[in-house]
Structure formats: structure tokens, C-alpha cells
Design a protein around this ligand. Structure first.
Ligand code: TMP
Ligand code: ASP
Length: 235
């Protein structure tokens, strides 16, 4: 596959066209933003970590029956993926209260939820990614009921698979965000799964090993990303 024109540049990734209509190349950047782009910075090496972590997790999910956009890692920062039509919904799965949920509902961070919470946000930077429910998604024509049913089923399955994998590495999966796309009419997991899009806490110490270190100026940001990569891929 030959890399051709730049198709899109987002906050953390660039997407390049290829000579095939069905595939694109994602390039992970070190740029970091938070609070809808209000806070900006750079995390040295983040692009490499996120590329390798996401690919490790996508491969594991594929092996366990989850369809993803992953095709092949091309370099430290670049991966060949299926060109999907992204469904503009951020799917958030929560096991432990933190971040937005703690703020919204007044539940202290770290509180174990009695059952898993699934949330949808409409992917729209101008509106600040507002939370929506199924009815909004259908009313806006974002996706069909059948598609959302499939997405919710996959999200719960992914939660179980990732929680189990990470628990063995002494990482607690607090919450995470997924994005799905359509590839030849079929729903596949897309975007990335990385310390940018998940909350990972060390199971023994409770130390935060994710983007909250950047969002909240906790220090040792780069070190936390590397720690996640090393535990998942081995040093
Ligand atoms: P929240 O608690 O801020 O709503 O975040 C929930 C999860 O979603 C957390 O693991 C971080 C992730 N997330 C993103 O990946 N992108 C975003 O824009 C936001 C707000 C959260
Ligand atoms: N990715 C989002 C942004 O840039 C927010 C976040 O991850 O906190 O602004």
C-alpha cells in the first residue's frame, strides 16, 4: 500500500490516503489536548506509545471475536487501517466512578459502580461533545437501532476482555471511550484505545497511568504512558 495525500489532521492523529480506496494510514502525533482543545501540550513519545498500545489491544480484541479497523503496524507511529465511515458517537464505558461521571452525579472518584455504565456523546467539537441517549441518536439519523444495539453489545464485550487482560498486568480499567465505524456496511471498532482514551489505575497503588496526569498537571506524564506500554508489550 502506498501512502498518498493527507486526508485529515485531528488533535492527536493524522490520516493519510493510500492507493487503495479501502485503506488509510493513521499517524499518531505527540500533541495532547484536553477540555475540548482548551489545554494544549506535547507528550514526548506519546504517538509511539499510543500506536503500539492500540495495536496490541486491537489484535487481542480481534483474536477474541471483535471486528476492528486494524490491519498492520507499518512503523513506530503509523498503522494501516480499514477506511471506515466514523459514526459520530463517543461510546463511554465506566466501571468505577471518575472524571465526568463523578462531577455530574457527585460520586467520589474511585467508587465502584454497582453495574457498568454505558454513555453516548455526540462527536461535535463546536457543541463540546454533548451527552445524548439512543433516542437522540436515532432522531438525528446518526445510526440505526440495529447498529446501536450492535455497538452496545460490542462495548460490553470489549469491557470484559480489556478488564481481564489489564487485571493480569495490575492495571484497573476505570473507564474508556470507543468509536465505531462502518466498513462495507459492517460495524467495526475504530479510532484508538490508549492512555489518551482510557483511565488506567495501578491496581496496587491506585496511581493514575493515563491522560489525567496531563489534564490535571500531575507530573510524570510521559513515564505513565511508557509504563502502560511496557506492561502490555514487555520491556
Ligand atoms: P470523562 O470522565 O471525562 O467523561 O471521560 C470518560 C472516558 O473517556 C475517559 O477514559 C477519558 C475518555 N475521553 C476521551 O477519550 N475523549 C474525550 O474527549 C473525553 C472527554 C473523554
Ligand atoms: N480529547 C479531548 C480534547 O481535546 C478531551 C480529553 O481527552 O480530555 O480536548
Amino acid at each position: 500500500m502506498i501512502k498518498t495525500d493527507l486526508m485529515y489532521e485531528g488533535k492527536a492523529k493524522k490520516v493519510w490516503k493510500t492507493d487503495s480506496e479501502d485503506y488509510v494510514i493513521v499517524e499518531y502525533k505527540d500533541d495532547a489536548t484536553a477540555f475540548n482543545g482548551l489545554k494544549k501540550g506535547t507528550i514526548q513519545g506519546k504517538g509511539i506509545v499510543n500506536n503500539k498500545v492500540a495495536n496490541r489491544l486491537f489484535k487481542y480484541l480481534e483474536e477474541n471475536g471483535v471486528a476492528t479497523h486494524f490491519v498492520e503496524e507499518l512503523s513506530d507511529r503509523e498503522t494501516l487501517v480499514k477506511k471506515v465511515e466514523i459514526i459520530p458517537v463517543e461510546v463511554v464505558v465506566r466501571n468505577i466512578a471518575a472524571g465526568g461521571l463523578s462531577k455530574r452525579l457527585g460520586i467520589p472518584e474511585g467508587t465502584k459502580l454497582k453495574s457498568t455504565v454505558l454513555e453516548y456523546c455526540y462527536k461535535n467539537d463546536e457543541l463540546g461533545d454533548p451527552m445524548i441517549n439512543e433516542y437522540h441518536a436515532f432522531a438525528l439519523g446518526i445510526c440505526t437501532a440495529k447498529e446501536l444495539e450492535n455497538i452496545a453489545y460490542e462495548a460490553f464485550k470489549i469491557n470484559k476482555l480489556l478488564s481481564d487482560l489489564l487485571a493480569d498486568l495490575n492495571i484497573e480499567l476505570i473507564d474508556f471511550k470507543l468509536e465505531f465505524g462502518r466498513f462495507h456496511g459492517k460495524i467495526v471498532l475504530a479510532d484508538e484505545i490508549s492512555p489518551d482514551t482510557c483511565r488506567f489505575w495501578d491496581s496496587k497503588t491506585g496511581e493514575k497511568l493515563d491522560k489525567d496526569r496531563f489534564r490535571r498537571d500531575l507530573g510524570n506524564v510521559k513515564e505513565a504512558y511508557l509504563e502502560i506500554m511496557n506492561r502490555l508489550l514487555g520491556d
